[in-house]
Design a protein around this ligand. Structure first.
Ligand code: ADP
Length: 349
């Protein structure tokens, strides 16, 4: 950057000041983490710091030029011109961004400095949090209503059979609420990045048997591991991720059909797949089912025990282990969930 440019004629009353002193404010702005645009009275951008150039995709050679020509964002100019409004939050038109523009008097006569703060990520996180709270309230309301109804019924005189039925309903809803709370705790722990990744050698077939026992899965599970493949992973996290996938496979496929687990090394990644022979999921839901509380068919899922959080937890666990998870249609029907981990598999020939 040719700083002497900004020292010339910037402040007539300062004509005697050495060039490097006059250019100093620009040098400070250049490295600031906030975007800064220095404008004259005619809304010509005289200077844009590094952050602003990157955001608006400008080169120093393009300056000076009109703010609108450089940014194509009419609202930014309107915010700066509005004078009285010192802070304005604006949603940009040509970029998917929300920015806060703060205008302060500049260094030279009539000069204005506009600081532009990119709030996009902050606003996105706020929306995610609001949606999460709304979804959570919705998810809690149904079991609580059902629990209340069962408890109300139990207060009155009832035949023994009805009493048992309502008591069972109350227990089921209490378990459902406990599962939601437990899943929320798991998610919170994972998001806080608390559980450190501990790698060890894992026998996948043995792990699947253990998950089956822990989750009381009464299903025909078939495990196939590529011969000679040594799986090195965080055993507990892998178990938790697999448990969610196996639970879903069991829930969403006929009980007499097997569930197949396969592990192999593909292009340097360890890829574990869980395949069921159920109805499958239509492709438009493939990404969304990993969101918290997303259910393909909420009415149908209502009959199934489930919190809508299992796949969100699996996705977070995969990311924590440095991997990823996705789903696709299984050849010949059913759904495949794949977990890819970036472990260097040790193969024994
Ligand atoms: P849930 O507790 O409802 O199972 P998940 O996050 O584990 O929550 O799954 C989200 C949704 O994805 C489920 O409600 C279901 O609609 C769909 N889903 C997950 N796994 C399968 C599968 N193997 N076959 C069909 N649908 C599935």
């Amino acid at each position: 950057m040719d700083w002497s440019r900004f020292a010339l004629g910037r402040r007539r009353s300062d004509a005697s000041a050495p060039a490097h002193i006059v250019a100093l404010p620009y040098r400070l702005l250049e490295e600031a983490p906030l975007m800064a645009l220095v404008l004259d009275q005619r809304m010509q951008v005289q200077f844009a710091n590094r952050a602003a150039r990157e955001f608006f995709e400008l080169t120093p050679e393009q300056l000076p030029d009109s703010l609108i020509i450089l940014t194509r964002e009419l609202r930014v100019e309107a915010a700066i011109r509005s004078g009285g409004e010192i802070h304005s939050e604006i949603r940009l038109v040509h970029r998917p961004a929300t920015v806060l523009v703060t205008v302060v008097p500049g260094y030279g006569p009539g000069e204005i400095v506009a600081f532009v703060d990119d709030l996009t990520e902050l606003r996105r996180l706020q929306t995610v949090r609001q949606e999460f709270v709304a979804n959570l309230s919705h998810e809690l309301r149904t079991p609580i209503t059902s629990l209340r109804l069962a408890a109300e019924s139990l207060v009155g005189e009832l035949p023994e059979a009805d009493r048992r039925r309502f008591a069972k309903r109350a227990l089921k809803e209490a378990d459902h609420l406990a599962a939601i709370v437990d899943n929320l705790r798991q998610l919170a722990e994972i998001e806080a990045g608390r559980p450190a990744v501990r790698r060890s050698r894992v026998d996948l077939a043995e792990l699947v048997v253990e998950v089956r026992r822990r989750n009381r899965l009464d299903r025909d599970l078939r495990v196939e591991v590529q011969p000679g493949l040594a799986i090195v992973a965080d055993r507990e996290k892998l178990a938790q991720a697999l448990a969610n996938l196996l639970d879903n496979a069991a829930k969403f496929s006929p009980p007499e059909e097997p569930i197949e687990v396969d592990a192999r090394s593909i292009e340097g990644e360890l890829v574990i797949t869980v395949r069921d022979h159920g109805q499958g999921i239509s492709p438009e839901h493939w990404d969304r089912i990993f969101e918290r509380f997303y259910k393909v068919d909420p009415a149908r899922s209502r009959e199934m025990p489930g919190t809508g959080l299992g796949l969100a937890i699996t996705k977070h666990l995969a990311q924590l282990m440095g991997g990823r998870v996705w789903t696709e249609a299984a050849e010949g029907g059913g759904q495949v969930f794949a977990l890819a981990l970036p472990v260097e598999p040790i193969t024994f020939a």
